[in-house]
Design a protein around this ligand. Structure first.
Ligand SMILES: *Cc1c(COP(=O)(O)O)cnc(C)c1O
Length: 452
């Protein structure tokens, strides 16, 4: 390596450290000036080369102040998680390795680490031993991947080869979802030719849980999509009853568990997932509650043959050995080695560390709810997980409170509508949050509400 390259990479490390050291003191959402500066990137396409060190400086000087501090301790907007230091370090090294994780022949290391990460995750979540997995971008693609396996299986049972023949002339598939289905599951269904709108929606209860007594009678090729961890309330669909009814009729049950699946790792929360392991496939995000960098979703399928049938390809130049070929389990062929950070997080935290990470976030959510309730504000959900929905009174007052809070920049919470009512949504999901951050943020929220 030449000395210029070395100093470039050292500079990147120095700038990254500075960013992370100061993240707790800066605004959670960028200032208007920070956002306006983004225009500095938009120069005409350079005709000639620029020194890489100048490129990095421009990236840092314009980009860093315009980032949303999701890696910091007081971001409670979407359930994003902040990357654990060990995963940032692993990510840097993996980036230097620059491995293509699709093929064993291209990266035995990426392939091996994914196999270990997969085995550990299956064990951590209490999924059936032997469950297959694909390391994909996020829960949307994990839903897509798992539902492709579901589509394969229910049509194969009906004597139809969907990978070969497509859906033209195929027996129709009934798709059943809950009223509170996440939009990403509907998008995945649309991409699979199953339609975003031709689904049967099952009524949900006050917390957003699918009501098993409202399930329609199931017959013929059928996929039932349930949810573990509602984006608003954090609620879990009753998986035991739904799996029992669906399986009795030969249907496939898929669980969108983008962040909820991680609750299985915390002994005090694991009861929320009762019956979830009875399903046939699951989608989750490691970039959410395991706190690894983007992008990191995982699709799990109980029977590896169903996932392989939906995702595998064959070509003479794609050597196939005895080992697990990662590209046989994902929509992607070429992709980064996503198992690296997952392995590093699990290797570093261990079972007790993951349990603590999840449990701590849940307790912080409880503290937010208590503090807001004590101040006279209404909590709209049962707070069993990391999500809090709060109303500050009228719709206007709730909206003004959210605006004032976001403007101040101490912490960031978003808005939502829950059963027709405007609410602020607080989702706690980062290792970096401390009890002091929770108190500081609670004060900021109460101040914003008081002024609105
Ligand atoms: C976040 C989330 C998704 C989408 O995940 P991406 O990683 O953004 O694709 C899907 N379902 C649920 C329940 C979620 O919380």
């Amino acid at each position: 390596m030449d000395s210029k390259t070395q100093s470039l990479l050292e500079d990147a490390s120095r700038r990254s450290l500075h960013y992370l050291k100061t993240i707790g003191e800066r605004r959670v959402f960028p200032s208007p000036e920070g956002l306006a500066n983004l225009a500095k990137w938009d120069a005409p396409l350079p005709a000639n080369p620029t020194d890489p060190s100048d490129v990095l400086a421009l990236l840092d000087e314009v980009g860093s102040p315009a980032t949303v501090a999701t890696a910091g301790p007081r971001y409670f907007g979407f359930v994003t998680g902040g990357a654990l230091p060990v995963t940032v370090a692993a990510n840097w090294l993996a980036c230097a390795w620059d491995q293509c994780a699709g093929l064993e022949a291209l990266s035995p290391a990426a392939s091996a680490i994914e196999a270990v990460a997969l085995k550990w995750l299956v064990e951590l979540f209490g999924l059936p031993p032997g469950t297959a997995g694909g390391f994909v971008t996020g829960a949307t693609t994990a839903n897509f991947t798992a539902l492709a396996a579901a589509r394969h299986s229910v049509l194969a049972q009906a004597g139809w080869d969907v990978e070969a023949k497509g859906l033209f002339g195929a027996p129709p598939i009934t798709v059943i979802v809950g009223e509170e289905v996440h939009v990403s599951a509907l998008k995945a269904l649309g991409m699979l030719g199953l339609g975003r709108e031709r689904v049967i929606q099952v009524k949900a209860d006050a917390q957003g849980r699918m009501r098993p007594d409202a399930l329609p009678r199931i017959a013929g090729p059928t996929i039932v999509c349930i949810q573990a961890g509602n984006v608003n309330s954090g609620a879990f669909d009753p998986a035991t009853e739904i799996c029992r009814a669906a399986h009795a009729a030969g249907a496939w049950v898929h669980v969108d568990a983008a962040f909820g699946l991680w609750a299985a790792a915390a002994p005090a929360r694991a009861h929320l997932l009762r019956g979830v392991a009875d399903a046939d496939s699951w989608a989750t995000d490691a970039h959410k509650w395991l706190n690894v960098p983007y992008d990191s979703g995982i699709a799990f399928v109980r029977n590896p043959e169903h996932l392989r049938a939906a995702m595998s390809v064959n070509a003479a130049y794609l050597v196939r050995g005895e080992k697990r070929e990662p590209n046989q389990f994902t929509p992607e062929m070429s992709r980064r080695a996503r198992g690296v950070e997952i392995w590093a997080a699990l290797r570093s935290l261990g079972r007790s560390g993951v349990a603590d990470l999840v449990e701590r976030m849940c307790q912080y959510a409880t503290r937010f709810a208590e503090g807001l309730r004590a101040a006279g504000y209404e909590i709209l959900n049962e707070v069993n997980l990391n999500q809090v929905l709060v109303s500050f009174g009228s719709e206007d007052k709730t909206r003004h409170t959210i605006d004032a809070l976001q403007r101040e920049g101490i912490c960031w919470c978003g808005g939502t509508v829950w059963h027709g009512r405007a609410a602020m949504r607080i989702g706690v999901s980062s290792w970096a949050t401390t009890p002091a951050d929770v108190e500081q943020s609670l004060d900021a929220i109460l101040r914003a509400a008081g002024a609105s």
